[in-house]
Write a protein that binds this ligand. Structure first.
Ligand code: MN
Ligand code: MN
Length: 454
């Protein structure tokens, strides 16, 4: 099978490079689910999308978005056919593994001020020490105002970080299993070391609080109602001597979220309504009111249907039953450093296009959405018609491990759903790697699906 690189026309190669540079910049500026939604809405409004709550009726070609609490975004381009005949849906998640601050984070010990943390999602804890981190998020105050915090990414900012033990003194540590080499309670972030002169006790902590008060108007109590995330500092970068790849924080799953979002922005007046779902909380089970299990999506679709004059539960259920979806979430890229986990016949390779994953899950496919063969055949036809490169993948060899996506949640609404994602190396590491060719092909796949799936 030829790689995408060998099939590209000169015009496509140019478009690929422009697209990937736009993605690189967006990813670098969207390191939390909140920032992704904020930057996503900004891009959507530029592309003519309006808040669906501001419209009184919908007609073919209308471009609408629905924002759920700043952490979950749905985009729609209304089709020529009525909504109850079904939508073409692409859906991805915009949360990524990271290290969150605890509700009471700040303390002083032995002359140093630290922030206590609780990690989010499946991380190898030892990967997050001794590297520059940024502090990003919101502090919500009792007066109803929200303070945006972003320290460590702007030029001239200080960075924060978590210490590691020197190898000279790590004989005992190095004998521990990987899961406990660095323990959860050792992931505390060093933030200060200068004592405040006028104070008696906790002088370093008080000096840090003074800085927070001056720069952000935050009191210590305000941490109680905050969502602050430690994320890797620094921009996403071109990767490889040939610059064929991108290294960045949060490709899982912002690479699929961005390409899906760009694909729906390409839609003008599709036959079937196009929909793009961008959800939070996938990395911890799609829970909560901004995760895929939330009633939000169901409610938005019901309201859009009502704007087309249909309010019966039968019509609502018909929308979902007649919809088709690509659950766009990253897949595993074959890694020559770790060939033993993959079956090369059934795994994703860099540069070979979008990965379709018929089933995810673990052991005997437990927890999988298993896409119907009939639906997979239709998807193959749409891809071939649009000359999109794709590969059929499993996450790994049988019984090596497993994972899940949001696919099964939408399938529960009786949609046809297929997992379709971009292959990633070093998934869930502070910096993950993707092939630019696959980013571009992912975008072309989602565009073809929204346009031509029937
Ligand atoms: Mn994912
Ligand atoms: Mn993940």
């Amino acid at each position: 099978m030829k790689t995408v690189w060998e099939k590209l026309t000169a015009a496509q190669l140019k478009e690929l490079n422009v697209f990937c540079e736009e993605y690189r910049q967006f990813l670098s500026a969207s390191k939390t689910e909140r920032l992704f939604v904020k930057n996503g809405i900004e891009a959507a409004e530029k592309a003519g999308f309006k808040d669906y709550r501001t419209v009184k009726s919908v007609k073919p070609g209308d471009r609408l978005y629905a924002n759920n609490r700043g952490k979950n975004l749905c985009l729609f381009v209304i089709g020529k056919k009525p909504l109850n005949e079904g939508m073409n849906v692409v859906g991805a998640h915009i949360d990524s593994p990271r290290i969150d601050l605890k509700p009471v984070p700040l303390y002083e010990k032995d002359g140093l001020a630290l922030l206590d943390t609780h990690y989010y999602g499946g991380i190898k804890k030892y990967q997050w020490v001794a590297r520059p981190l940024a502090l990003v998020g919101v502090v919500c105050k009792k007066d109803g105002t929200t303070v945006d915090v972003n320290i460590g990414d702007k030029p001239g900012d200080p960075v924060l970080g978590i210490s590691d033990l020197l190898p000279h003194l790590a004989q005992d540590q190095m004998k521990k299993p990987g899961a406990t080499v660095v323990e959860g309670e050792q992931l505390d972030v060093l933030v200060g070391s200068i004592p405040a002169k006028a104070e008696k006790d906790d002088r370093v902590k008080k000096a840090v609080l003074k800085i927070l008060k001056e720069q952000y108007d935050i009191e210590e109590d305000d941490f109680l109602s905050a969502e602050l995330e430690m994320v890797p500092a620094g921009e996403a970068r071109d990767y490889g001597l040939d610059r064929s790849m991108l290294l960045g924080y949060g490709h899982d799953d912002r690479v699929c979220a961005y390409t899906s979002m760009r694909a729906i922005m390409e839609m003008k007046k599709p036959e079937r309504t196009s929909c793009c779902i961008l959800v939070d909380k996938e990395e911890i089970g799609s829970v909560g009111n901004t995760g895929m299990h939330s009633r939000f999506f169901f409610n938005v679709v019901t309201r859009l249907l009502a704007l087309q004059g249909k309010t019966s539960l039968i019509d609502v259920n018909d929308v979902f039953e007649n919809s088709r979806m690509l659950s766009s979430d990253v897949s595993v890229a074959f890694d020559p450093n770790y060939p033993e986990v993959s079956d090369p016949k059934n795994t994703g390779f860099f540069g070979k296009g979008i990965c379709f994953v018929k089933y995810t899950g673990s052991r005997g496919k437990s927890g999988a959405n298993d896409a119907n063969a009939e639906f997979l055949a239709k998807v193959r036809r749409v891809m071939d018609d649009n000359k999109v490169s794709f590969q059929l993948c499993e996450l790994a060899k049988v019984d090596i491990g497993g994972g899940g996506t949001i696919a099964y949640i939408l399938a529960n609404l009786n949609m046809d759903v297929l997992d379709a994602g971009i292959a990633v190396q070093s998934m869930h590491a502070p910096f993950e790697t993707v092939s630019k060719a696959d980013v571009y092909e992912g975008y072309r796949c989602y565009t073809a699906f929204l346009k031509d799936m029937d």
